[in-house]
Design a protein around this ligand. Structure first.
Ligand SMILES: O=c1ccn([C@@H]2O[C@H](COP(=O)(O)O)[C@@H](O)[C@H]2O)c(=O)[nH]1
Length: 289
């Protein structure tokens, strides 16, 4: 069976003016604000409410798996139902799992989160390639074969990231820049000249990317690099600054917001998601919703 690539599916979201990635992060205090328990049922309630409110408004949802994993098997069962709702609503799901290992073990992470028919099948997952970009090979095969996507951590939004991600490798590139360049090169080799690639990177919106050795100049050819950008909202970055932060590598931007959307409980959730989606759309395209 031939699958539509993840990059093509992202491109369709962007063409419809959807660039918001709505986070599903069931923090304990947020669940208390929502009037539900700090348990798997509470996390499921939040996740399914976000999916219902984000459908047709956001490009994707991004469940932060840690908040489900803390409830063990009940948390994973809850997550499966959130994924089912998202699939039924036609929403892309980016599983924020940040997995990485030696290649043979990493393959099993790909099986869990990307294999068609897996109980936890998502459209894309976040991955860590600090054991070498080559460890991603099995998941990159899934990208091609199954129409899946990857977001490789490159420059993360947290202040502690600089000590590792700004470090220079033996080839002279910073760790962060190498992730960006390797993902860009993979897309160019596998996705032709245009459109949106299926392998993206995570770049924090809170950062000065130049300090991470990342060149934000326009790429003259090749597919656009998907950029999953956390840091907007609660962490302080402003969507109005997206152009200045990402420059020529921000054409395929997914602006993530989690706590800024979830704060305030289920009442007003739809309005908050619509408001943030419209602000992101306006900032990135100049088009009102
Ligand atoms: O560099 C990174 C990578 C991932 N995250 C995740 O994104 C959300 C951000 O949540 P907010 O509430 O909008 O701050 C969360 O799931 C993080 O684990 C990130 O923040 N930075």
């Amino acid at each position: 069976m031939t699958h539509r690539s993840f990059g093509d599916r992202l491109a369709a979201e962007f063409a419809a003016g959807r660039h918001l990635c709505a986070g599903i992060d069931p923090h304990g205090p947020l669940l208390a604000d929502w009037g539900v328990g700090d348990d798997a049922a509470g996390a499921e309630r939040m996740g399914r409410d976000v999916v219902a409110a984000a459908a047709g408004v956001a490009a994707c949802v991004k469940p932060q798996i840690a908040f489900f994993e803390r409830f063990g098997s009940a948390g994973f069962a809850a997550l499966e139902r959130v994924f089912e709702d998202a699939r039924a609503a036609g929403l892309l799901v980016v599983a924020d799992v940040k997995r990485g290992d030696i290649g043979s073990s990493f393959a099993a992470y790909g099986d869990a989160w990307l294999a068609p028919g897996s109980p936890l099948e998502a459209d894309a997952m976040t991955v860590v390639a600090y054991q070498g970009f080559g460890t991603l090979t099995s998941a990159l095969e899934r990208v091609e074969r199954d129409g899946k996507g990857l977001f490789v951590l490159a420059a993360t939004s947290n202040a502690e990231a600089a000590e590792v991600q700004q470090a220079r490798r033996a080839d002279g590139r910073s760790v962060a820049a190498a992730m960006v360049e390797d993902a860009t090169a993979w897309n160019a080799a596998h996705g032709g000249e245009g459109g949106v690639g299926s392998v993206g990177v995570v770049l924090g919106a809170t950062l000065d990317l130049a300090a991470f050795g990342i060149d934000t100049a326009e790429r003259p050819t090749g597919p656009s690099l998907p950029v999953l950008a956390p840091g907007f909202g609660h962490q302080g970055a402003r969507i109005e600054a997206a152009g200045a932060i990402f420059g020529g590598i921000g054409h395929a931007l997914l602006a993530n917001e989690s706590r800024s959307i979830l704060n305030g409980g289920p009442n007003g959730l739809s309005e908050r998601i619509r408001e943030r989606a419209a602000a992101v759309r306006f900032a990135l395209s100049g088009e009102p919703a």
